[in-house]
Ligand binder design. Structure first.
Ligand SMILES: Cc1cc2nc3c(=O)[nH]c(=O)nc-3n(C[C@H](O)[C@H](O)[C@H](O)COP(=O)(O)OP(=O)(O)OC[C@H]3O[C@@H](n4cnc5c(N)ncnc54)[C@H](O)[C@@H]3O)c2cc1C
Ligand code: SF4
Length: 495
């Protein structure tokens, strides 16, 4: 800690976002380019280097946060990059996309704004690339063992990088035409520009990882065949089986799942399409679902030029402060948060019935009605209490030409046949069952990430990828020096 009084003398300052009216006219990241570096040393200096850093515990990767805060405050970017990459394969992803449970667990956050840990992470990651501190690290020698990784989301990429660096010959099979999983076709460009993905994948190729895109295991290549060809298989296929909304009018045209809508907008950014066939331009858009996927739809619809956008959340509006009885420090609390997309929608004031940030809380969809052509035109909703019972006299109707369902995901999509071909045992909630060593019921087949954990976060996915790599390495060689930051049954801190 270069300045022991930093936390008393320097106020928290976040990476500034570009003005709303500028950023909604493009798809670039919302942050002001170059504005983080000039402020980050002083921000890192706010770290108290407290005796027991709860931020370590709160971060599923066990990132060595006080160490790299100290190194950044001293301008030692090479050492900071080394310490950061010691626990995180892809800090430029988490530095942009992580909800930062570490900051909720920061000791300073007990009575002051937390250290901007996520921003420090992004700054180190970006600086590492600029200064050449993130070179490919191919293995010194090969083990002669082969591993197939199915799925190229953060779980599959982390597992593949760890196993390649340990000397195994790794091929990643991906059913999409491009790599990255939900980071490619789910998460919009304005949250993370895809060149960050390309750069990591180029690094991984240079290390020796092989990639086969447009190859769905179970459909284009049999799962049993893959199992026979490789010494071990890692299933990292994500949890993309979406939840439905069974209300009258669901069959009307113009009602889509979020993950039908978001990939098309991402394909416009990739240059595959001039215009999304589901574009929100000129339409009244209602998003059903109050989570991050819904917020991504919101920011996308705003950029596409929607006439209005409203997001419905079934839960009541949370408070601005944590409830110390139910969600005490250092847990990650459910509090009112204003994402960049909510800030945009609020500033543009397009929502016909919602409050300042375009969200309607405690709102339950009753039905949709359409026009004579069978297209959706209205969404009818009612306010609900904490037990989701309708509150009398609160019914209202919103104009809706495009409805996006963002209700979460129940488990892996089984349409490709992978799970059934391998005869995998499943958990009652629909995820792939595995033992304490990440092994499924099929010998030599391991499962990690959202496919086994259920819908989660990128930081958990990377931690899963690192941990399953250690388990596979042990399976192949009898022991492993690869780090395993989590076990399959670890969960976020709660009381
Ligand atoms: C819209 C959206 C926004 C999100 N935003 C955030 C965020 O901002 N921050 C955050 O931390 N988390 C976010 N998440 C969650 C996060 O993206 C996931 O938790 C994470 O991507 C899971 O990683 P994964 O590798 O397990 O699975 P995925 O990222 O889903 O990757 C699985 C991959 O496997 C491939 N695959 C599936 N079946 C097969 C098969 N049979 N053969 C070959 N390939 C196959 C898929 O095509 C996919 O590429 C978001 C999720 C969504 C849906
Ligand atoms: S990965 Fe997430 S939880 Fe871990 S240090 Fe980075 S922002 Fe915090």
């Amino acid at each position: 800690m270069a300045d022991p009084k930093g936390f008393m003398t320097t106020p928290r300052q976040d990476w500034p976002r570009r003005p709303v009216d500028e950023r909604v006219r493009d798809w670039d990241e919302v942050y002001v380019p170059g504005a983080l570096l000039p402020i980050i040393n002083k921000q890192a200096d706010r770290c108290m280097d407290c005796g027991i850093p709860f931020c370590h515990e709160a971060c599923p990767l066990g990132n060595l946060i006080p160490e790299w805060n100290d190194l950044v405050s001293r301008d030692d970017w090479r050492a900071a990059a080394d310490r950061l990459h010691a626990t995180n394969n892809f800090p430029e992803f988490t530095g942009r996309l992580c909800p930062a449970p570490c900051e909720a667990g920061c000791v300073l956050a007990i009575n002051q704004p937390a250290v901007t840990i996520k921003n420090v992470e992004a700054a180190i990651a970006d600086r590492a690339w600029e200064l050449g501190f993130a070179p490919p690290r191919p293995p010194d020698r090969l083990s002669g063992r082969t591993v197939a990784v199915i799925g190229s989301g953060p779980t599959g990429l982390a597992a593949a990088q760890q196993l390649t660096r340990a000397g195994h010959t790794v091929a990643v099979f991906e059913k999409d035409d491009r790599l990255g999983g939900l980071m490619r076709y789910g998460i919009p460009e304005f949250k993370m520009e895809k060149h960050h993905l390309e750069r990591r994948i180029a690094q991984m190729r240079a290390e020796g990882t092989k990639f086969r895109t447009s190859t769905a295991v179970g459909r284009d290549i049999g799962a049993a065949e893959l199992r026979a060809r490789y010494d071990a298989v890692v299933i990292a296929t994500g949890a993309t089986a979406w939840r439905e909304l069974d209300v009258p009018g669901r069959e009307l045209a113009g009602i889509h799942q979020a993950m039908e809508y978001l990939p098309l907008a991402n394909r416009v950014c990739e240059g595959d399409l001039d215009v999304s066939p589901m574009s929100a331009a000129g339409k009244h858009v209602v998003i059903v679902g109050g989570g991050d996927t819904g917020a991504d739809c919101l920011g996308t619809a705003v950029r596409e030029g929607a006439a209005s956008v409203t997001q419905l959340d079934i839960y009541a509006q949370p408070g601005a402060e944590r409830d110390e009885d139910t969600e005490p420090w250092p847990t990650y609390p459910k509090i009112y948060r204003l994402s960049a997309a909510h800030e945009e929608a609020g500033t543009l004031r397009t929502a016909p019935a919602a409050d300042a940030d375009a969200r309607l809380f405690a709102a339950s969809t009753l039905r949709f009605t359409g026009d004579a052509g069978g297209r959706v035109r209205s969404l009818h909703l009612v306010e609900v209490d904490a037990e989701r019972r309708p509150v009398a006299g609160t019914g209202r109707t919103l104009p809706a030409d495009l409805v996006l369902l963002a209700l979460g995901f129940s488990g892996p999509d089984r349409a490709d046949g992978l799970v059934d071909q391998l005869g995998l045992a499943m958990e009652p909630r629909g995820t792939i069952a595995r033992d304490a060593g990440f092994a499924t019921s099929a010998p030599g087949v391991f499962a990690a990430g959202d496919a086994a954990r259920g819908q989660s976060l990128i930081v958990w996915a990377i931690a899963e990828g690192r941990a399953v790599a250690a388990a596979v390495d042990r399976h192949l060689t009898g022991s492993s020096r690869l780090p395993a930051p989590i076990g399959p049954y670890d969960r976020p801190m709660t009381v």
